[in-house]
Write a protein that binds this ligand. Structure first.
Ligand code: BGC
Length: 803
């Protein structure tokens, strides 16, 4: 069953009913000011950091879940309704939500009035603008009362939801015409405020939430709205809001447009005030003036659309697979941008308060983003590397506002350092910018410790080589990619974090997955060394790779698949010797991609993977699921069977298997798996899958779950980047390399070829792949040996490949 449809021409997903199984959200903003917005207009905004600079309030454990956020009320006679259905909940005569790239449009009609609400964060603007058009489609004059409301968060989102003995005293606002300024804590140590404003004279306001709502009432039925009035309340502590009221008279056929603007301003320390405790509003005035007319708004929206069209044109494909094209050309790349911006911080599942930017997460997000805006990828690589420690290990996360490592989550995730090699190599292959390797980059953000980025990569690699266990395999540390396989944790205390507790220092638990990573990225590092003239180092690294590869073949191969790990007592995990958790997905993906054991082992591992882990939505993390808690395994065994790391389809690592299929040249296997969880392919199962059909989710409950097929944790997942890599570099086979563009497709029998346009180092490659007898690569009309299209200065390069 579907709740909407794709409009590919408009690059929109069109939701046709408000009661989607879960809130289906979108992201607005691209730089400093970000908003989450659901299909009923819920969500929240923040500036750069969803924990430290939250602008509007959202309650994750709210019932109903998605209420509040942006509240619009249209009062028409006895009826009060909201253009996006919530919060008024009045049944609409027509409802539609169009989520586009960086904007959302809500259309709601009631009793002859048509509302169209378009919400976006214009580029280079720290402000969300909400354009509300109301049209009288009835035959009689309409007298409407309209409210637009925002509830302020008191900046630090954790404090805001915990420290009430203070919070309920500090809220402060200023009101100036149709603008409410939120200035809590501005008098003392903050130099930033927010505002909510409408571009027309208001008839009244409220800034105290409880006055506006009235006793025993929620957002669906505020007292002020019921009375068609405003109480002109001025917040003093408690919960400050901005509720603006306007009256509109519309003749038959007439429409009026209002622009509501939610902005954020920072002032220099010496220019904070215009007079005693009155905030300096100069910047806010300028921002409002820039978005005071419909024409200004429309121009900004057009500019945003043009921007996205040009960004996406860097990689477009046309094939016989409409759904693949839709994912590749629009939604997968869009999600890559969102994960690049947010890492794992703010979604409807990530509260914005728990996790900042992950080291391994952001490194992987880059893999799907680097072709879009390489300059931003470059900056991010340096930010990430700057939280690394001098011994090559690293903090696991950092806060985006401060860019400092997050000590709460600590370090010791032994896969982390290797991801830095993965993303740096990907960046250089994309851009040819070797100069990034010379970029002075500190350790742990300490001034004076800067070394060239290359030295960070070197230490990453060395860290793995020097931290190995009894079988010569890399030590796992707190955990590797699978945060929940905690082999040194042994937690028996409720509430203890599995990720930071390690009370059993065996120094023995090893990861076959990290071994696979090391072999793959060690080879990439060696190739990089060769390119920059470090041939001795390349030889040394290859020797270490060989050593770990041999250890993997000896101790990591179980007979029909790769093992997962060795626990603290040197017992294998992910082996036929185990009763549960006999096979895991991660090492099958990485060891096969790394070429360990060649295509022969690869095919056998993949056959076992499919036979034991495959379901209709993809490949499960492990099998059989753990039915009991084992302290020597940690969090993984804490989940009920079929959920999360205990046997769901963890979408993040499914593309590793897709790529593994491509490594052994099995196009049917690769595409067969790709289709099973690519959102566009399962749109018609939305009532089972439940999350948005236009973006990947982190997990899909496995066969053992009570809700098999149900997805959770939409949007912020490494699935986005890896799926893009799998489809673009694996199935379609377009891979940037140091000295050219590799064209090496791995297509299923059902695809005859494709046409593709790829911007690479300033040249547009127009690629046609077809099947035929006369195999080979033709570049600008001339046959070229191999499958690498050499670099060129020409603006366009025509490539034909017959397979
Ligand atoms: C984390 C990843 C981790 C994955 C598997 C995600 O929630 O963001 O870093 O690899 O879970 O445990």
């Amino acid at each position: 069953m579907q709740y909407g449809y794709f409009d590919d021409a408009a690059k929109e997903y069109v939701i046709t009913r408000a009661d989607t199984p879960l809130p289906w959200i979108n992201y607005l903003g691209s730089d400093g000011f970000f908003s989450l917005i659901s299909n009923t207009c819920g969500g929240y905004s923040f500036y750069k950091d969803a924990k430290l600079r939250r602008i509007t309030r959202f309650r994750y454990n709210n019932v109903p879940h998605d209420e509040g956020g942006r509240c619009f009320y249209v009062c028409d006679g006895d009826t009060v309704w909201s253009p996006a259905f919530l919060p008024a909940k009045t049944a609409l005569d027509f409802y539609r939500c169009r989520h586009g790239l960086g904007y959302s449009v809500f259309e709601g009609n009631k009793n002859g009035v048509a509302a169209s609400l378009t919400v976006t964060v214009p580029m280079h603007t720290d402000m969300e603008v909400q354009k509300l058009v109301l049209k009288n489609e009835s035959g009689a004059e309409k007298k409407l009362t309209v409210y637009g409301v925002s509830e302020w968060c008191l900046w630090n989102a954790v404090d805001d939801s915990t420290n009430f003995q203070r919070n309920w005293n500090i809220g402060e606002v200023e009101i100036e015409g149709g603008t409410v300024y939120h200035k809590t804590e501005y008098r003392e140590r903050r130099n930033h405020y927010a505002f909510y404003s409408v571009n027309a004279p208001i008839d009244g306001f409220d800034t105290d939430r409880d006055t506006f709502l009235g006793r025993f009432r929620g957002w669906s039925e505020p007292q002020a709205v019921e009375n068609r009035t405003s109480f002109m309340s001025v917040a003093a502590g408690w919960a400050p809001i901005a509720a603006l009221r306007l009256s509109l008279t519309l003749a038959p056929g007439e429409s009026k447009t209002l622009l509501f603007r939610l902005g954020y301003v920072e002032n220099p320390e010496d220019r904070k005030f215009e007079s005693l405790n009155i905030i300096n509003k100069e910047k806010a005035h300028a921002m409002l003036a820039a978005f005071d007319t419909e024409a200004q708004f429309d121009a900004a929206l057009d500019a945003l659309k043009t921007y996205w069209t040009s960004l996406l044109s860097r990689f477009t494909v046309q094939s016989s697979e409409e759904k693949l094209d839709r994912m590749v050309n629009i939604w997968n790349q869009y999600q890559c941008m969102v994960t690049f911006n947010m890492s794992r911080s703010a979604s409807y599942y990530e509260s914005g308060t728990g996790r900042g930017m992950g080291f391994r997460d952001s490194c992987q997000d880059l893999l799907g983003f680097v072709h879009l805006i390489p300059e931003r990828a470059r900056e991010r690589i340096i930010d990430i590397a700057s939280i690394q420690f001098a011994d090559g290990s690293t903090y696991h996360q950092y806060q985006p506002l401060t860019k400092r490592g997050n000590a709460d989550v600590g370090s010791g995730f032994n896969d982390d350092p290797l991801w830095l090699i993965a993303c740096t190599c990907a960046y250089i292959r994309e851009t040819g910018d070797f100069s990034i390797l010379d970029e002075p980059t500190p350790f742990n953000n300490e001034a004076g410790t800067e070394v060239p980025l290359m030295e960070h990569l070197r230490r990453s690699l060395r860290y793995t080589v020097e931290h190995r266990g009894p079988h010569g395999l890399p030590l796992i540390g707190r955990a590797d990619w699978n945060d929940c396989l905690n082999l040194n944790c042994f937690s028996r205390t409720p509430g203890e974090s599995f990720q930071t507790c390690s009370n059993f220092k065996s120094g023995k638990a090893e990861s076959v997955f990290i071994a696979g990573m090391f072999v793959k990225y060690g080879k990439e590092y060696a190739a990089l060394c060769d390119r920059i003239g470090l041939s001795e180092e390349a030889t040394d690294v290859r020797a270490s790779v060989e050593e770990i590869e041999q250890a993997t073949l000896k101790f990591g191969w179980d007979g029909e698949w790769f093992r997962r790990a060795y626990d603290a007592f040197e017992r294998p995990i992910g082996s036929r010797e185990n009763d549960e958790g006999k096979i895991f997905i991660e090492p099958q993906g990485f060891c096969v991609m790394a070429g360990i054991g060649g295509p022969e082992y690869g095919r056998r591992a993949l056959a076992s993977t499919e036979a034991l882990l495959g379901n209709e939505f993809g490949i499960e993390v492990l099998h059989p699921c753990y039915t009991e808690y084992h302290d020597y395994l940690g969090e993984i065994s804490s989940y009920p069977p079929g959920y999360k790391e205990n046997g769901s389809v963890f979408c993040h690592n499914n593309p590793w298997i897709t790529l593994a299929y491509c490594t052994v040249k099995d196009g049917n296997g690769a595409f067969g798996l790709y289709k099973r969880n690519a959102p566009a392919y399962i749109e018609d199962k939305s009532e089972i899958h439940r999350t948005e059909p236009y973006c990947y989710s982190q997990t899909i409950a496995g066969r053992d779950a009570k809700t098999y097929g149900e997805a959770k944790n939409a949007w912020l997942t490494g699935t986005a980047a890896w799926s893009f890599v799998a489809v673009s570099q694996g199935i379609l086979g377009i891979r940037p390399d140091y000295n050219g563009l590799i064209v090496d497709p791995c297509l299923p029998d059902t695809m005859d070829g494709y046409r593709l346009s790829r911007l690479f180092r300033g040249t547009r490659y127009d690629v046609t792949v077809r099947r035929g007898e006369q195999k080979g690569l033709i570049v600008n009309g001339k046959p070229v040996p191999g499958n690498t299209v050499p670099l060129t200065d020409a603006p366009v390069c025509y490539v034909e490949l017959t397979v």
